[in-house]
Design a protein around this ligand. Structure first.
Ligand SMILES: Cc1ncc(COP(=O)(O)O)c(C=O)c1O
Length: 388
């Protein structure tokens, strides 16, 4: 017997993610992969020993649902030392299975069916999906080329009586933008005026370059009580596969998020939480090398493409870089398909991260969290494509 209409309407428009598609193609074509958004090298080595020690010490059963105390304590210290924001580790910090689970729980906790959520586009695709899965309606504010800026009017115009929250991601995937103090103040002012929540995805908080500094929006006056901040040790310690993320928010908001978290994963990997608690304990000695490594990778890729038709946009943060689609291609999807099949380099066509503007058709996303030899070969193949 065939089952009819077996899947829910909520997921009816969801297909395979672009990352899966491009990574499959990169593998089939044996192409250099500058598409997939994670490092092709190991992160912070100390976490291996630390996780193994935790396992040998018998820390192998369920962790408390909000996360182990030592990890919540050290995240609280990091927030207070780096940003001057005080989160109570017992009531305001929750450890989740990556930022991904955190984002899912947040949208489930705060969106009712028909509530509107503002997304800056290009958006991170999980933000869009999580709003839909929670029954919400995404509304879009475009970050315009060349500096990926927006105006106060554009943001104001997107707000309606149904708006419940604004989703922010800074440093930003895929543009590499770090929202300026003026932009953060603009968002905060509008959030306070319309009594909105701000869901701030800050997974690249420690990856800013040159003199650019990351400022959590929760630090702005009147924002901590309406802000939910999500981050990920996967990005900070270069181990995306360990899936240890965290959500910081005022107690009333955390109470709601924990209600969903308890029925989603309940608790996440215990030895990995111990390893991340140890890693955060050495954050200040780790960060300068971490930043310098990624800055040198950004510069390598940027300099290799500078002066070419790709016209790279210098990222201020994250490990992504946007480039222009050269004239010989018919938009970003055509460029991405031909680059992977004819020229041996996989990139991401970002039009899939836009719902309102067509600016995405003119851009391609590269990831520079790659070994130097991967970046050099990838850039060579990109340049061959325009010269052929
Ligand atoms: C903006 C953004 N948020 C969240 C995530 C997911 O983080 P995690 O791997 O901790 O689930 C990513 C991963 O690429 C990301 O780029």
């Amino acid at each position: 017997m065939m089952l009819k209409n077996v899947s829910s309407e909520r997921i009816s428009t969801m297909g395979e993610s672009i990352f899966t598609t491009m990574s499959k193609l990169a593998f089939e074509k044996n192409a250099v992969n500058l598409g997939q958004g994670f490092p092709d090298f190991d992160g912070y080595a100390m976490i291996f020993e630390s996780a193994y020690r935790a396992m040998k010490e018998g820390k192998n059963q369920y962790a408390p649902s909000p996360g182990i105390k030592s990890l919540r304590d050290v995240i609280s210290e990091v927030n207070s030392n780096h940003y001057g924001i005080a989160y109570n580790p017992d009531t305001e910090i929750t450890i989740t299975a990556g930022a991904t689970e955190g984002l899912y729980c947040v949208m489930q906790a705060f969106l009712n069916t028909g509530d509107e959520a503002i997304l800056f586009e290009p958006y991170y695709d999980a933000h869009y999906a999580d709003v839909i899965l929670a029954g919400g309606i995404p509304k879009f504010v475009t970050l315009h080329k060349p500096d990926f800026s927006f105006t106060q009017e554009e943001l104001e115009q997107s707000i309606t009586p149904k708006t419940k929250l604004i989703v922010l991601n800074s440093p930003h995937n895929p543009t590499g933008k770090v929202f300026s103090q003026v932009e953060l103040e603009m968002i905060a002012k509008i959030a306070i005026k319309h009594d909105l929540l701000v869901v701030s995805d800050e997974v690249y908080e420690f990856l800013t370059f040159d003199a650019v500094k990351h400022v959590p929006i929760a630090k702005l006056e009147g924002m901590k009580e309406r802000c939910i901040t999500i981050s990920s040790t996967g990005k900070t310690f270069g181990s995306t596969g360990w899936k240890i993320g965290y959500v910081c928010a005022a107690k009333e908001l955390t109470d709601a998020i924990r209600k969903v978290h308890q029925w989603t994963t309940f608790a996440v990997n215990t030895p990995a939480q111990h390893a991340m608690a140890d890693a955060f304990g050495t954050l200040d000695t780790y960060l300068p090398d971490f930043r310098a490594l990624y800055q040198s990778k950004r510069d390598l890729l940027f300099n290799a493409l500078k002066g070419t038709e790709y016209k790279p946009y210098l990222p201020e943060g994250s490990y992504f870089m946007m480039i222009d689609v050269p004239k010989k291609f018919d938009g970003d999807v055509d460029a991405a398909m031909r680059l992977v099949s004819e020229f041996g380099v996989a990139v991401i066509p970002p039009s899939v991260f836009y719902s309102k503007s067509s600016e995405g058709n003119t851009l391609l996303r590269l990831c520079f969290a790659k070994k130097d030899e991967t970046l050099i070969k990838g850039a060579e193949n990109l340049i061959k494509a325009i010269n052929s």
